[in-house]
Ligand binder design. Structure first.
Ligand SMILES: *[C@@H]1O[C@H](CO)[C@@H](O)[C@H](O)[C@H]1NC(C)=O
Length: 833
């Protein structure tokens, strides 16, 4: 460069010389700007061809008008020196070339010399930006190629020292592009080369550097601050694709099941997430909701028994409409909230007492809607009952008998089945079955005693109830209905049925006849009690009837024998001592006990002072010495009396002859003829007998007539109503009639008559539904009630009863002996019949 510069100076010098020669001359210099003061610009004296002394003498000076003087003239050395530092940029700005013009004026003569000093640029200014930083806000969605205008830098230097280039750093996203303008300046643009991502890099800082071409190079920088604006370029993202949760059933509403969470990298509304449940087909939306915080809450009643899990599709959406979804799997936990349900499948609430052990009575089904332990059920029944519960198949139990049943011990069971599950706490429920045990005829009737003894006083009325046997049967109803049957046996060769009868349903034992203690003192028979079961069961009791004595016999005097007109006398010698045993009255009484305990008393005596009778033994003894004054013929009347209540007595006359020889006695006793007293008695009895016979005859007549009328009416009734009068008797009773047991209400109401041919025996009671009319002589009219006619034996029985009655009434009436004979004949008739 120096060489070029000096050449130019040479040229300029030549030109100046030429001008000087023509018009005073012109000199040019060129200097660098910013040279320090007193630096030499040029040797003007030499260049003008003037002597240094002349400069002084001619008063050379610089004239620059009103312009500022940067150059001064040193007259001593003939040099132009820098007076003031020259800044080219201040002097000329961008104008080139930049030069100072001034004149050097000389006097004597006045001469003008034009001086031109060219100022050469020096790189003393860096490029500068107006601002040290600029801001850009760029959306991250800006497309590549987008342009952003940058500010230009300014460099006051010119030429090569002026602004040459720009540099941008870093260059990850942006590149620099320069456009040359028409004025030679450069337009600077920044071009997006790579998409921005706010989510990665929200703020960026770039440095733009402007450089010039000087030596040394200078540069200026500016900071470019870029804020990346958000665009909704990110969808929400759930933290998990699947969430799992468990919730106990029956949890209260608003229980938070789980919390889902989604994040959105975007900013602001682009990152604002709302959650929603997207299930459409099921009822999840009635059961759950999700709030803005992602809490999945219960809003329904959750029931394990209805649904064991739920799949909830939750969607997250940002305000820009981008979405993500996840799945929430909610498992419902079982809670023991269901009681076991007991169903009795087969309800046979009647079971026979003779069922075998292990018989299934009923089947029970258990259901518990809960699961696992909560649904595992155990059942028990109450204790101390003869049943057990057996588990059969799943959830089925059978109730079986585990020992023998006995209706007589327990006729009903309340079986409580209690079932409880294994949940904590356990739930249970129970049902009570009432089981009836039906009866089986497994108990025989049992008599209160195995043997009975009963007493009856003789001379009883026939039909008298003696006593009652009683048997109990533990069974029920028909199986416990006891009937009593007299067992066939004989007493003294006579069937026992002619002695007693047993009322079939009451067990009352009746005497069929009047008993005579003197004939029979006791007898045995057996009564069977039989129940109405099928087959019937029975048991037997033995009965002993003891007949009690009644004082019904007068004492009978055996000695002395009482003959009508015989003259028997005891002879007492006159020499008899006191206490001489004359005779002994001997009497017997067929009764027994007290009734036969006899005592003897002297009732009448010719001489009371002479004899006495031993009270107990009937011995007649003398009381005093017999004297000659005592009559030969002595007559004593001795009363023999038994000890019965009332007592009965007999009298006996004892003739005593007080004599020493038999002829004496004979003479005395010739007038012992018929006793007047005896005759009087006989007359009285005859009259009485006649009266009785008459009365009986009239009575018979009345009875016969009334019976005839009665029978006529009866037959009319039977024919008019075509319904037979059939009283009810259970079939098994029919044979009891044969053994002489009387049917239910056979009363002996009328059983006496004098006329055997017309004898009527009427059983039954007016108003009773069992009517039994018995008339052997009118079989024609009785055909319709044949069934209920008692057997001939019964008729005979009745007859014999009347016989007995008659006997007893006629006991003392020996006079009616003929009548009795007739009856006996009839009796055999009716038995034949
Ligand atoms: C069974 O229960 C019923 C009704 O509670 C009651 O009347 C009856 O006496 C009970 N039976 C037994 C044997 O406990």
């Amino acid at each position: 460069g120096l060489t070029i510069r000096s050449m130019r100076r040479q040229v300029l010098l030549c030109i100046s010389v030429f001008f000087l020669s023509s018009i005073f001359g012109q000199v040019s210099y060129s200097i660098n700007e910013e040279m320090s003061t007193a630096s030499i610009v040029g040797n003007i004296a030499q260049d003008l061809g003037l002597d240094v002394n002349k400069l002084k003498s001619r008063n050379a000076r610089i004239y620059s008008g009103d312009k500022r003087e940067y150059i001064e003239l040193n007259k001593d050395r003939g040099l132009l020196l820098i007076k003031e530092r020259i800044d080219r940029e201040g002097l000329c700005a961008q104008t080139t070339p930049c030069s100072l013009h001034f004149q050097i004026i000389l006097e004597n003569p006045i001469e003008f010399y034009s001086i031109i000093v060219e100022i050469i640029d020096v790189n003393d200014n860096p490029p500068t930006f107006e601002k040290s930083e600029i801001h850009f806000r760029i959306s991250e969605s800006a497309v590549t190629g987008s342009k952003f205008d940058l500010e230009r830098a300014v460099d006051s230097d010119v030429g090569i020292n002026g602004l040459q280039n720009y540099l941008l750093k870093p260059t990850d996203h942006f590149a620099l592009k320069l456009h040359n303008q028409a004025d030679g300046s450069k337009n600077v643009e920044m071009i997006l080369q790579k998409p921005l991502d706010r989510e990665k890099n929200e703020h960026m800082s770039l440095i733009l550097t402007a450089v010039d071409g000087g030596e040394p190079q200078m540069s200026g920088t500016m900071q470019i601050l870029i804020t990346v604006l958000d665009a909704n370029d990110n969808a929400p993202i759930f933290t998990q694709p699947v969430y799992k949760a468990t919730v106990a059933e029956n949890s209260p509403k608003n229980t938070v099941v789980t919390t889902v969470s989604a994040s959105d990298a975007d900013y602001g509304s682009n990152g604002r997430i709302t959650y929603s449940i997207r299930n459409t087909l099921d009822d999840v939306r009635h059961m759950f909701e999700v709030n803005e915080d992602g809490d999945v809450k219960l809003i329904g009643n959750i029931d394990y028994e209805k649904a064991r899990n739920y799949q909830i599709n939750v969607r997250a959406i940002d305000d820009g409409g981008l979405t993500d979804s996840c799945k929430v799997i909610v498992d419902v936990m079982d809670v023991n909230d269901n009681k076991p349900l007991i169903k009795v499948m087969s309800k046979s609430n009647l079971v026979s007492e003779d069922v075998k052990s292990n018989t299934v009575v009923t089947i029970i089904n258990i259901q518990d809607q809960d699961s696992d332990e909560n649904g595992r059920v155990q059942c028990v029944i109450n204790e101390n009952i003869p049943f057990s519960l057996k588990s059969t198949t799943n959830n089925f139990y059978s109730l079986v008998t585990d020992s023998d049943l006995d209706r007589e011990r327990a006729s009903e069971y309340n079986i409580t089945v209690t079932c409880s599950d294994e949940g904590v706490p356990s739930l249970s429920s129970s049902v009570t079955l009432t089981l009836q045990i039906s009866d089986v005829n497994d108990n025989a009737p049992v008599f209160e005693k195995s043997s009975y003894e009963a007493y009856i006083v003789e001379n009883n009325t026939p039909g008298l109830s003696i006593f009652t046997v009683k048997a109990r049967d533990a069974d029920w109803n028909q199986n416990a209905r006891v009937s009593y049957i007299l067992e066939d046996s004989s007493v003294n060769g006579v069937p026992v049925s002619s002695y007693v009868s047993v009322s079939a349903d009451s067990g009352v034992i009746h005497a069929v006849r009047s008993f005579d203690y003197e004939q029979i003192k006791d007898f045995h028979f057996r009564v069977k009690a039989q129940d109405g079961g099928s087959p019937p069961l029975s048991s037997i009791a033995s009965v002993k009837i003891l007949i009690q004595d009644q004082n019904d016999n007068v004492p009978q005097v055996l000695y002395p024998v009482q003959t009508g007109g015989s003259l028997v006398a005891e002879i007492v010698p006159r020499s008899a001592e006191v206490g001489y045993l004359v005779t002994k009255v001997v009497a017997v009484d067929v009764d027994s006990g007290q009734n036969a305990w006899l005592s003897y008393k002297l009732q009448k005596a010719t001489d009371r002072a002479l004899f006495e009778v031993g009270l107990q033994n009937g011995e007649i003894r003398t009381v005093r010495q017999v004297t000659d004054k005592d009559a030969v013929k002595q007559r004593l009347t001795v009363v023999v009396e038994d000890n019965g209540q009332p007592s009965r007595s007999a009298t006996v006359n004892v003739n005593v002859a007080v004599a020493d020889s038999f002829p004496e006695v004979l003479s005395e006793f010739t007038d012992f003829t018929q006793d007047k007293e005896y005759n009087d008695n006989l007359t009285f009895y005859l009259v009485l007998a006649l009266a009785v016979v008459s009365f009986l005859f009239i009575t018979c007549l009345v009875v016969i007539i009334s019976v005839k009328i009665c029978r006529w009416r009866q037959s009319r009734i039977l024919y008019q109503s075509n319904l037979p009068v059939i009283p009810y008797y259970p079939p098994r009773y029919s044979d009891t009639l044969g053994t002489g047991t009387l049917p239910h209400v056979c009363n002996y109401e009328v059983c006496r008559t004098t006329d055997s041919r017309k004898s009527d025996c009427k059983f039954g009671r007016a108003g009773s539904q069992n009517v039994l009319i018995m008339d052997p002589s009118s079989t024609g009219t009785m055909q319709r009630i044949q069934k209920v006619r008692p057997s001939p034996a019964a008729v005979g029985q009745c007859e014999s009863v009347s016989q007995q009655t008659f006997n007893s009434t006629s006991h003392h009436l020996g006079i009616l002996e003929r009548e009795r004979d007739r009856r006996k004949t009839h009796n055999s008739d009716s038995q034949v019949h």
